[in-house]
Structures are given as structure tokens and as C-alpha cells.
Ligand binder design. Structure first.
Ligand code: BES
Ligand code: ZN
Ligand code: MN
Length: 510
């Protein structure tokens, strides 16, 4: 991956006891209100005294994300221990564990650690396998250490943690921990890649840049790739996509990738909104915070991240990825409010607001995806400010036309910690987007803005099972407030979709 700053993290697995790791720094979870527990219950005497003293003198209770550093002052054995509060034992979830590891990792990095030791014994938590546990810990670790500093010149202050040692109690668990750790690393690297694409500015991440990244992923993963140019889109009749691209001097790219990890199965289509910069077009956005609209290609970036993960993990799935990529610019050639265009599906659309551009290019992308006769279509898009109003930053807006698919995604969301919440797509809302002079109009007024956008998309999916994920509120955090999601792009959707696709391939086997 050209743009991906691959994490330098080297992951090793050892068996034994964490407290005996000579000269190391360990990060360990600690349940609230319990006495010495897990690996530290059997800690050697040299450390026990110091540990107890520090815990009581610093009021460490183990409340969620509370941290404490213990230095035992001794010549051999573990040298530093960071305990991270896991909260109450009965409230522990995968995601809380991931957050706690993230918190521990950033604390370790802040005190200059180069190497970090983690305990991968799931018995301490009381459930789960060594493999799953290792994956979660590695995800929390790598995801929390994300940083984009390649555009800064001069010395980079913080030296990153370079090595991670996963410790399992028994020899026979080593290979499980290796598998889980490797999977966590592949997924986290893809999330870093997505975050980079979204955080990098639009003069770097152009549609051509996205197409290049897609080519690199396709080549590494033996996928097919086709990039349609403006002229190809014209020949095909992608009037809605082209309407958005009319104002920009940057060449638009309609990127299509296909990964066949299994034969004889209909594909799942992943469609990602890839507006490399959204000025609003002639319906210009206010300049305040307009700079953030560089992340309006988050959906497409996530789809690329997912494609890299499924090929690196060789998942037995068949996936088609579609990224309609363009800037949305005002100019002498830009589409005017009120213009009517004919979409790829043949439907006519009145473009009343050029800032509602995402649904336009997705209309053609969905119609194009439908030609593969997929068994499901999933689109991801930073589609509406209304979704941010409805759900804030804690849930992806979920809409669709089939209950099974909706609930499968919702479960994957619960499992991955990237949660989704449903909004209805009742026909009652249709009047709001019924065109005056054309079949449809691209805006439906203030009321239920996330829903009318979803209902607009629904007009282009036909009978194919489909869900729409509005990630406008979840793909960017203006301030860091989560241990493993720093400020800026979150890379949301990668873990969710990888989980969904993994679950899907397992369901097929049964
Ligand atoms: N990319 C924006 C949506 C958006 C807003 C994403 C805030 C992330 C944060 C989208 O293209 C847009 O401009 N939507 C308009 C639609 C309106 C004109 C119907 C919006 O939400 O205001
Ligand atoms: Zn947009
Ligand atoms: Mn817009």
C-alpha cells in the first residue's frame, strides 16, 4: 500500500508468566474493586509489596480506563507494570477491553517504552479464546498508536513502540495467539490506511490517487480492477455521477474491484461514497469547517481497507467493490440547482441542491453494482448532516430493504464495537423526494434528512437485498475522546465489515 504507513509493530508470542519477563514493561487489565487478580495474583514477593503500596497510596480502584504505573526497583524480572482499569467484571465487553489496551499502550508510549508485553490468558476475563483475545489486544494496541506525521518536516518527537510480546500460559496456545495477533495486525493496519486516506488533504487524495491505491491493493491481492474514466461513464450513461463531476478539473474515477476468494457464489457488493472534496458545488457550503470535507471519501476509503483485509486474510468470500470518486466543485461547468439528469438506471433526477451530491453518485454506483446480481449490497457514505443530528457520533445510521441483512449487520456491529442503529425507510417519506418536473428530486427538506437520503438510494437498488450505512457522524471525531480512536478520521467500518464478511462465510459453511 503506497499511502499506508504500515505499522512497524512486530508481534511475538511467548509462553510463560508475564511477571517473569525480564527487563520488560507489561500492560495489564485490572477489574474494579477486586484484590490482586489474574497474573498479578501470583506475582513474586519482590513486586507484591511495592504493588500493594502503590495501589493504596494512589487510590487505584480499577475504574474503567484509570491507569497506574508501578516500578518495582529490582535487578531482575518485570521492570515496569502499567495497570489499566477494566471497570466492573460484569460489565466487561470486547470493546472495553480494546479500549483499555489502547489506553495502556498510549501510556506506555508516553513514558518512552519501545516494547510492550501483554497477557493473553482469557481465563482472567472468564470467556473467549486465546485467539480472539490476542486479536482484541493487538487491535487496541495498534489502533491507539495511530498518528499522521508524514506531512511534517523536522524531527519527529515521539518514538513509537516497535515490539509487542503476547504472553500465553501454555506452549500449546502459542499458535492460537500468533493467529489472533496476526489478524489483529492486518485489520489495524487497514484501519490506519483508511485513517490516512481521510486525514490527508484533497490535493493529495484525488480520485486518481484513490485509483492508484486501489490498483496497488488489487495487484497485491490478485483482484480484478477496472477504472472507468469520464468518457467511459458518459458512454454508459452515468448521468448522476457525471453531474457531480461536472464542476471539477480533477479527473473523476469510477473504480470497480472484484475479489474472488470462493467460486460459484454470487458476490457481495460494497459501495463507498468517494467524494474527495465536497465544497457543496454551486449550493456552496459555508467556509467554516469546510476543510473537513476532505473526509467525504470515508466510505470509499473503508471499502478499500476492507478489500485489503479480505485478500490478506484470504477470506473465502466473493466481493465486488465500487468507488465513485470525484470532487464536488463549483465552476463554470458545474451543474446548476434545478438541472435535470438521467441516471444510469434510466430514472430522471432534479438536482435541487448540488450539495446533496453523495446520493447522486451512489445512485449510479448502486445501479452499476446491481448488474453483478449480488446477493447483497452494502453502501457506506458520509451522506447527511441529519444523521449526525439524529445519532451523534456513537452509532452508524442503518437503513435497508431486508430485515435479515439489517440484523446481520447489526450483530456484526455489536460484536465489533462499531455499532449501528436503524432508521425506517417507510414509503410515507417518499412524497418528500418526488420530483416536480422529474421522477425524483435530490433533496427532501429538513425533516428526516437521513431517511429521505436513504429512501432516495432505495430507488436504485431494485429487488436486491441492500443496506445503507450513513457514517457522517462516526467517520470523524473533532476531538479525541476514545483510547483507540484519536482525533480526526476514525477508519470506521473496516472492523464492522470484516466481521460481517467473516460471519457470512461461516454461516455458508454450516
Ligand atoms: N458530505 C455531506 C454530509 C456531511 C455533513 C458529512 C457533515 C459529514 C459531516 C453531504 O454531501 C451533504 O452536504 N449533505 C447535505 C444534504 C442536504 C443538502 C440535503 C447536508 O447534510 O447538509
Ligand atoms: Zn458530501
Ligand atoms: Mn454535500
Amino acid at each position: 500500500m503506497r499511502g499506508a504507513e504500515k505499522s512497524q509493530m512486530d508481534i511475538k508470542v511467548k509462553s510463560g508468566s508475564i511477571t517473569k519477563m525480564d527487563g520488560e514493561l507489561a500492560v495489564l487489565g485490572f477489574f474494579e474493586g477486586e484484590r490482586l487478580q489474574g497474573p498479578i495474583a501470583s506475582i513474586d514477593r519482590g513486586m507484591r509489596g511495592k504493588l500493594k503500596k502503590t495501589l493504596s497510596s494512589e487510590n487505584f480502584t480499577g475504574s474503567f480506563l484509570q491507569t497506574i504505573l508501578i516500578r518495582p526497583d529490582r535487578p531482575k524480572g518485570l521492570q515496569r507494570l502499567i495497570l489499566v482499569g477494566l471497570g466492573k467484571r460484569n460489565e466487561i465487553t470486547e470493546d472495553r477491553l480494546r479500549q483499555a489496551m489502547g489506553k495502556g499502550a498510549t501510556s506506555a508510549q508516553a513514558i518512552g517504552a519501545k516494547r510492550i508485553v501483554l497477557d493473553c490468558n482469557p481465563h482472567f476475563i472468564g470467556k473467549g479464546t486465546v485467539r480472539a483475545f490476542s486479536q482484541i489486544l493487538v487491535e487496541g494496541l495498534i489502533l491507539s498508536l495511530y498518528k499522521l506525521d508524514r506531512l511534517k518536516t523536522g524531527n519527529k518527537k515521539e518514538k513509537p513502540i516497535e515490539d509487542c510480546v503476547l504472553v500465553v500460559p501454555e506452549n500449546k496456545q502459542v499458535s492460537q495467539a500468533e493467529k489472533g495477533g496476526a489478524q489483529g495486525k492486518v485489520i489495524s493496519e487497514a484501519v490506519h490506511f483508511v485513517r490516512d486516506l481521510c486525514n490527508l488533504p484533497s490535493n493529495i487524495v484525488t480520485p486518481s490517487y484513490l485509483a492508484q491505491e486501489a490498483k496497488t491493493i488489487a495487484d497485491e491481492g490478485r483482484m480484478q480492477i477496472t477504472v472507468l474514466e469520464r468518457s467511459d461513464a458518459e458512454k454508459l450513461g452515468m448521468g448522476a455521477f457525471l453531474a457531480v463531476a461536472r464542476g471539477t478539473a480533477e479527473d473523476p474515477k469510477f473504480i470497480v474491484m472484484e475479489y474472488k476468494g470462493i467460486t460459484g457464489e454470487k458476490p457481495i457488493a460494497l459501495i463507498g461514497k468517494s467524494v474527495t472534496f465536497d465544497t457543496g458545488g454551486i449550493s456552496l457550503k459555508p467556509s467554516e469547517r469546510m476543510d473537513q470535507m476532505k473526509y467525504d471519501m470515508s466510505g470509499g476509503a473503508t471499502v478499500l481497507g476492507v478489500m485489503s483485509v479480505i485478500s490478506r486474510l484470504k477470506l473465502p468470500v466473493h466481493v465486488v467493490a465500487i468507488l465513485p470518486a470525484t470532487d464536488n466543485m463549483p465552476s463554470g461547468t458545474a451543474v446548476h440547482p434545478g438541472d435535470v439528469v438521467t441516471a444510469l438506471s434510466g430514472k430522471t433526477i432534479e438536482i435541487d441542491n448540488t450539495d446533496a451530491e453523495g446520493r447522486l453518485l451512489l445512485a449510479d454506483a448502486l445501479a452499476y453494482a446491481a448488474r453483478y446480481n449480488p446477493k447483497a449490497m452494502i453502501d457506506l457514505a458520509t451522506l447527511t448532516g441529519a444523521c449526525v443530528v439524529a445519532l451523534g457520533q456513537h452509532a452508524i445510521g442503518l437503513m435497508g430493504n431486508q430485515d435479515t441483512l439489517i440484523s446481520e449487520l447489526q450483530s456484526a456491529g455489536e460484536e465489533s464495537g462499531e455499532r449501528l442503529w436503524p432508521l425506517p425507510l417507510w414509503d410515507d417519506y417518499f412524497n418528500q423526494i418526488k420530483g416536480e418536473v422529474a421522477d425524483l428530486k435530490n433533496v427532501g427538506g429538513r425533516a428526516a434528512g437521513a431517511i429521505t437520503a436513504g429512501l432516495f438510494l432505495k430507488q436504485f437498488v431494485g429487488e436486491i437485498p441492500w443496506v445503507h450505512l450513513d457514517i457522517a457522524g462516526t467517520s470523524w471525531y473533532s476531538d479525541a475522546r476514545h483510547p483507540y480512536i484519536p482525533k480526526g478520521a476514525t477508519g470506521i467500518g473496516v472492523r464492522l465489515l470484516v466481521r460481517y464478511l467473516t460471519n457470512h462465510s461461516k454461516r455458508k459453511k454450516r
